[in-house]
Write a new protein. Structure first.
Length: 459
């Protein structure tokens, strides 16, 4: 027998133990036994009768709750058993909110206290109204894209095309009275950091744990962050192995795209945006590590996460809109899809590490595929042999863009993306590089202009 989430022992009574009762009431309930030592052996109480009279009133007057206080006997010794039910509203002790977690008691502060108080009211952080956020602040282009995508995937009816933006946002359940919710800012505002610091993604390539070679910061609405990050990881941070055979050119990516995409979606949709900590992605020669500070449901372990489980999103409003856009499923199957995709592709099993703050997902590259930072070919141990560099990979893509624009100067980002198998954001990245290098320039309006190849493009 031992102490655990719902059992605590004390050899004698002190009024400070009201904190433990408060912690049980705020968590899943529990039992505090007085007269039992830390080893679980009964030591008895000389003042049991007096405590039986005093404790019910102390608990009621100090905490505002009712607990069952019973006198029990074990091995001829008197003990007091205080059984506490979980309470649907927050319970405080002298202005502090205590919470039972595992076999410890915590004082809730900051973001943890905010989450707790919101949870007791039935709200989640992303469902809280956001003052000063108006419909006109949202990105019209992203709203229009989302409507089209949700209808295309048959997750919203075609009739939504007739809704004005206010009605459309209401149908997505992203309003609370006259206010838009925080989720609306994350999903559709061009710069969510205007409201929430840290609402971005950091990517870095590391030669070793302490040797950062280059990095990027990805900002914008969550859909843009997803597309831009995926594109950067596939075009700048990793590089497919190329093999020329009798049947033609064969390319092998170091990771299956479904696994990488799902890991990114999970990090974006389930992170804790209240802390101000961005999602952090570290890329090495043989793996990608994706960290976010979201938390598993109460009392879940990594084993629960890897097993069959229901969908319990950390940000329900964000997750629902991602589902409507076809980015996630609503049945808690994302982790299984990552595991299945890696297994079918031949990659080592991913790692899921629950850390003191947040969750780290490690995706290991396919043995023999190409490393990230330089595009060098790696063996199963990460040893490198000859190969093309990451810079060479970018140059190859940019030369293909130059060729296409020379053939048709009116090509749009979307058309270039289709030709090259990249996302429009990926094309934008390379076009910006070419413009900064003085190789191209855009002439005329954004939608109806054309690209001009400058003289030094052929040098």
């Amino acid at each position: 027998m031992s102490e655990h989430q719902q059992v605590e022992w004390k050899a004698s009574w002190r009024d400070e133990y009201l904190k433990w009762i408060c912690g049980f009431a705020n968590a899943q309930g529990g039992v505090l036994e007085i007269g039992r030592n830390n080893q679980g052996r009964p030591v008895g109480l000389a003042n049991a009768a007096r405590l039986m009279e005093e404790l019910p009133n102390k608990i009621r007057d100090t905490l505002g709750i009712i607990a069952d206080v019973d006198l029990v006997e074990e091995d001829g010794k008197a003990l007091i058993r205080i059984a506490v039910e979980p309470y649907p509203y927050p319970v405080s002790y002298q202005g502090q909110y205590h919470y039972r977690s595992g076999s410890t008691r915590q004082v809730l502060k900051g973001a943890a206290l905010d989450r707790f108080l919101l949870g007791k009211t039935g709200k989640r952080w992303d469902g809280v109204p956001q003052p000063q956020l108006e419909i006109g602040d949202l990105d019209q282009q992203v709203l229009d894209w989302f409507r089209t995508e949700a209808v295309r995937r048959q997750r919203l009816p075609a009739s939504i095309a007739d809704d004005d933006d206010r009605l459309f946002i209401e149908r997505l359940r992203l309003t609370d009275g006259n206010y838009l919710k925080r989720a609306a800012a994350l999903l559709f505002h061009p710069d969510p950091q205007e409201y929430f610091s840290g609402a971005f993604i950091k990517i870095g390539y590391f030669k070793s744990e302490s040797d950062l070679r280059f990095h990027d910061i990805v900002e914008g609405d969550l859909f843009t962050q997803l597309a831009r990050t995926l594109d950067l990881l596939q075009t700048k941070y990793t590089h497919a192995a190329i093999e020329i055979t009798g049947e033609g050119r064969m390319e092998t990516a170091p990771l299956p795209e479904p696994a990488l995409r799902e890991a990114l979606v999970n990090a974006i949709a389930h992170r804790d945006y209240s802390t101000g900590n961005p999602i952090q992605i570290r890329v090495y020669d043989d793996r990608i590590e994706i960290w976010n500070d979201g938390r598993l449901p109460e009392n879940w372990t990594v084993k629960d996460l890897l097993g069959k489980h229901a969908s319990v999103p950390f940000n329900p409003d964000v997750a629902r809109v991602f589902f409507l856009a076809g980015k996630i499923e609503a049945w808690g199957s994302g982790i299984q899809r990552i595991l299945t995709a890696c297994k079918q592709y031949g990659c080592p099993d991913p790692r899921f590490d629950l850390q003191p703050i947040g969750l780290m997902v490690t995706l290991h590259f396919l043995p023999g595929a190409v490393s990230e930072k330089t595009g060098e070919k790696t063996g199963g141990t990460g040893a490198v042999s000859g190969g093309t560099t990451q810079e060479t990979t970018q140059e190859t893509t940019q030369e293909r863009i130059i060729t296409l624009l020379r053939e048709n100067p009116e090509l749009t980002r979307k058309a270039l993306a289709k030709h090259l198998g990249l996302t429009p954001d990926g094309i934008k990245y390379h076009l910006d590089k070419l413009r900064k290098a003085g190789r191209i320039r855009h002439v005329g309006p954004t939608k109806k202009g054309y690209w001009e190849i400058l003289e030094n493009a052929d040098e």
